[in-house]
Design a protein around this ligand. Structure first.
Ligand code: FA5
Ligand code: MG
Length: 417
């Protein structure tokens, strides 16, 4: 068990199902592009390692399984790290051709304005029954042709090179089948980003008074990716405020996964996207901690029925930066058996979250140094403390920082510098 109480107590928040919350608004906009899909919004987050990793073909030594990255409840039980954990079960139930799973997911990770140990994903999958009446290829082609046409989009790399070592063609699929299913996948997801970014760009424009009558085409590109459970695989990137932004991963489902789920007659595609990442740009939300705010000045700005408008920050309080430097003890291993033998950066992140909670905005390594004679290693972390809702006093920040220093010594046996 390496899951802190603060994480366990957030499980019942279910932000993606809270009315008038930006995550549920984002979820509903995306789901509106998949009207015939069966939706699952309340699947419980405690899953087996079999569901989260084995059912998806993760090798036994995959880093994602590590206790430094994943919250374990016990040896065989984890908080799901992605919504893909439920793919096999939903395929097995075989209730519909298409489904969407929206849920809270959990990862031990860095602290900054775009990372939080709990975030939300939406999984989508579509499969075709090879044995249904009518030729399989013809049915996919008809479904592809019936998808809405995408307008005002510029795809800079619609068919990136796929490397056969990373993303081999599956023996069970013909190249033509893969081509048609991939086209159906890409067109479906392009329609999602056009929908989302049209809202986002209209909202952003309402801030300036110089409203152009026509939006420029949205720029997107497809990039080859790797996932243990799809081949070929892609990521979709959108050009947003001067940069390419990854919004989702996807691919053609490996046939073994469908075979093991008892639906070897089916073939199709799957995707997984991050709801916070999309909601942040849809509403111009600058910090991922805000989604957890219970402050009416935050919550009152979002509505299920009103047009999307950009979030207006209600607090621009200054923060405080404090450094902590220490020598790692040569025997420095995490105490309490809560984490592995090696000191891992995610352990520091969790220690800081445990003490400062949402008052820690950013934690980063600013210096690492190994003493040439003794071989001892020294680290310096810079912590930025700030409340999004009120002014943080110096006494409070000092108190938090002192507590973190003390717990670093107690927990990891470091020597403060
Ligand atoms: C996955 O989690 C795969 N399960 C996605 C998938 C599903 C691939 C089905 C193929 C088929 P990844 O770890 O890249 O992949 O996360 C998917 C998306 O979640 C990312 O594109 C991003 O939008 C979002 N995401 C990932 N990590 C974070 C994070 N720490 N904070 C916010 N969003 C994140
Ligand atoms: Mg990724």
């Amino acid at each position: 068990m390496n899951t802190p109480a603060s994480i366990l107590s957030s499980i019942d928040r279910q932000l993606h199902n809270q009315n008038n919350h930006p995550l549920s608004i984002t979820r509903k906009i995306i789901a509106s592009r998949f009207p015939s899909f069966k939706t699952h919004n309340t699947i419980f987050p405690v899953v087996t390692t079999k569901q989260n990793f084995d059912s998806l073909g993760f090798p036994p030594d995959h880093p994602g399984r590590s206790r430094t990255d994943t919250y374990y409840i016990n040896k065989e039980t984890v908080l799901r790290t992605h919504t893909s954990a439920h793919q096999a079960d939903v395929f097995h139930a075989n209730l519909s051709d298409g489904f969407l799973i929206s849920a809270d997911v959990y990862r031990r990770d860095a602290i900054d304005r775009s990372h939080y140990p709990i975030f939300h994903q939406m999984e989508g999958a579509m499969t075709w029954d090879r044995n249904a009446s009518g030729p399989f290829l013809k049915r996919i082609r008809e479904d592809l042709e019936s998808l809405p046409k995408i307008e005002n989009i510029e795809v800079s790399d619609p068919n990136p090179t796929i490397h056969p070592e990373r993303n081999p063609l599956q023996g069970t699929h013909s190249a033509e089948e893969v081509g048609l299913m991939a086209a159906h996948l890409k067109r479906s997801l392009e329609s999602v980003v056009v929908e989302i970014f049209t809202h986002a760009r209209r909202a952003a424009l309402t801030r300036g008074d110089d409203l152009p009558t026509k939006l420029e085409p949205l720029k997107i590109r497809w990039v080859e990716a790797y996932f243990p459970f799809t081949t070929p695989s892609w990521e979709l990137e959108v050009f947003w405020q001067g940069d390419w932004l990854e919004v989702l991963g996807c691919g053609i489902i490996k046939q073994e996964i469908l075979d093991k789920a008892g639906v070897s007659n089916r073939s199709g595609w799957a995707f997984g996207l991050g709801l916070e990442r999309i909601a942040m740009l849809l509403f111009s939300i600058p910090d991922i901690r805000l989604f957890w705010s219970q402050d009416q000045r935050f919550l009152s700005q979002f509505s299920d029925t009103a047009p999307i408008k950009p979030f207006q920050p209600f607090s621009n309080k200054p923060g405080t930066t404090k450094d902590v430097s220490f020598w790692l003890n040569s025997t420095s291993s995490a105490a309490g058996g809560a984490v592995g033998k090696e000191f891992h950066e995610n352990d520091i992140m969790e220690l800081v979250r445990g003490v400062a909670g949402d008052l820690a905005e950013d934690v980063r390594l600013t210096d690492a140094f190994t003493h040439p004679k003794t071989g001892r290693k020294s680290l310096c972390y810079r912590i930025f403390y700030r409340s999004l809702e009120r002014t943080l006093t110096h006494e409070e920040a000092n108190g938090l920082h002192e507590d973190i220093r003390k717990k670093l010594v107690e927990g990891f046996g470091v020597e403060l510098r």
